[in-house]
Ligand binder design. Structure first.
Ligand SMILES: [Mg+2]
Length: 440
């Protein structure tokens, strides 16, 4: 059966729970975990746009409202149209195909993508390859460093897959399933009719002998764990920043800053706008950062709200006064994020929830909402929890001595990771501008 370069649609499998990425995935769905300040799913939307695939289904499950908002944002840009396929109960990869069986009526070929992976694959030569052979199924393969954890394929002389074993005890090869397939509509219908759960275990073995392998020699990583995510964030600068994505605006670097003891005078449980005093030199430092192209984002723990000591309305009044004083000095913040939760313990190095510093949640949220390049960004604050929030978000950090940590205490936490120290925010900004454009 000859294939035509016909209509292509995609199915993005994005409903995974990401349990090994907790606590991050308690508040951010796995498919939106940021890499280089961009949600993971964004890289796949770019790949689709690049290949001219203009429509994809996205299955959702946990934190679906966030994915829904993301989908609306992508749709408003007009490059790729995403359609949500919600699963109140996870259906499994093959179950999602069954639930989206109608895709076979809308397309001649369907590209199925596990959106948990970070990859720089080019889908265009993959589609060319798929159309060049007569089998109804093409599986993308990559050389896995850990074949026992993967589905392993063996190819014959023409590239047909003659054996496929999910997580073999004794792998015969290292060519692993990349979680990316091109399937003819006829085969897609066949899979949908099986009403199976998992593609790897229940479906792929049935296609042995009538599917081809296409080896991708570029970058491919399953972001399933914190260590993989950290690796991806490090690799992404090198691998993906070289690719220009047509639909992607340039991401900007940010300086995240703490409020009390960093931007304004530290007052124990500040509760009255009359107590707000911007620290000397801080407003001028903000101006310098903004002129140098940094987005300035305040991230503040406000446990006084969680403890019932102030209301959100009162916090707002305090920030209105702070902004008024900044405006008086001719400057402003770009955004303010706060976490109202009261802590359960008193160890400032422990992440109790991802939003409260030292958790990276506020920084990650800002990166998604504003479009920030976290690898080029900084966090400045007067507590070890500030420094760690920055490091946990993939930023560089500076601890300042203008608040609750005296100069003599600056080195006390050197075991927690590498960060710089400065006497105050203005001195930290001097360092940031000196180091701008350098690698960590
Ligand atoms: Mg502080």
């Amino acid at each position: 059966m000859a294939k035509i370069p016909g209509r292509v649609k995609a199915l993005l499998l994005a409903g995974g729970l990401g349990t090994r990425l907790r606590p991050l995935t308690d508040t951010v769905p796995k498919c939106l975990v940021p890499v280089l300040g961009r949600p993971l799913l964004d890289f796949w939307v770019d790949r689709l746009a690049e290949a001219g695939i203009d429509e994809a289904r996205v299955n959702t499950h946990a934190l679906a409202d966030q994915v829904r908002a993301y989908i609306a944002g992508v749709n408003s840009e007009g490059w790729v149209h995403l359609v949500e396929s919600h699963e109140p109960v996870l259906l499994g990869s093959a179950g999602t195909i069954h639930a989206n069986a109608d895709l076979a009526d809308l397309a001649d070929q369907i590209v199925i993508i596990y959106a948990d992976n970070l990859s720089d694959i080019d889908l265009r030569p993959l589609l060319d390859f798929h159309r060049s052979h007569k089998d109804p199924f093409t599986m993308v393969l990559f050389r896995a460093p850990n074949p026992r954890a993967c589905g392993i394929a063996q190819l014959d002389a023409v590239g047909r897959i003659v054996s496929f074993i999910e997580k073999p005890d004794q792998p015969a090869a290292d060519l692993a399933n990349a979680g990316l397939y091109v399937i003819e509509a006829s085969a897609y219908r066949e899979i949908a009719a099986l009403r199976a759960f998992d593609l790897g275990f229940d479906v792929l073995p049935r296609f042995v002998g009538r599917m081809r392998g296409w080896v991708w020699g570029g970058y491919h990583l399953d972001i399933g764990s914190h260590s993989a995510l950290e690796q991806a964030r490090g690799d992404a600068v090198r691998i993906l920043s070289a690719r220009r994505d047509p639909r992607t605006p340039q991401l900007r670097p940010a300086v995240f800053l703490d409020r009390d003891g960093t931007l304004i005078e530290h007052v124990h449980y500040l509760s009255d706008p009359a107590q707000v005093r911007v620290l000397p030199g801080a407003a001028e430092a903000l101006t310098r950062l903004r002129r140098a192209g940094f987005v300035c984002v305040l991230v503040t723990n406000q446990s006084a709200i969680g403890r019932g000591m102030i209301t959100e309305a009162r916090l707002h009044e305090i920030h209105v006064e702070m902004n008024r004083q900044l405006a008086e000095r001719g400057t402003a913040l770009d955004a303010i994020y706060f976490c109202p939760d009261a802590p359960a313990g008193d160890d400032r190095t422990v992440i109790e929830n991802s939003k409260r510093k030292p958790g990276p949640g506020m920084l990650l949220q800002a990166a998604i909402e504003i479009g920030l390049e976290l690898a080029d960004s900084w966090m400045v604050g007067d507590l070890i929890s500030d420094v760690l929030a920055g490091l946990n978000a993939g930023c560089r950090s500076i601890l300042v001595a203008s608040g609750q940590t005296p100069l003599s205490g600056l080195e006390a936490h050197s075991s927690t990771g590498s960060y710089l120290t400065a006497s105050n925010f203005a001195a930290a900004v001097e360092m940031i501008l000196d180091l701008q454009g350098t690698q960590r």
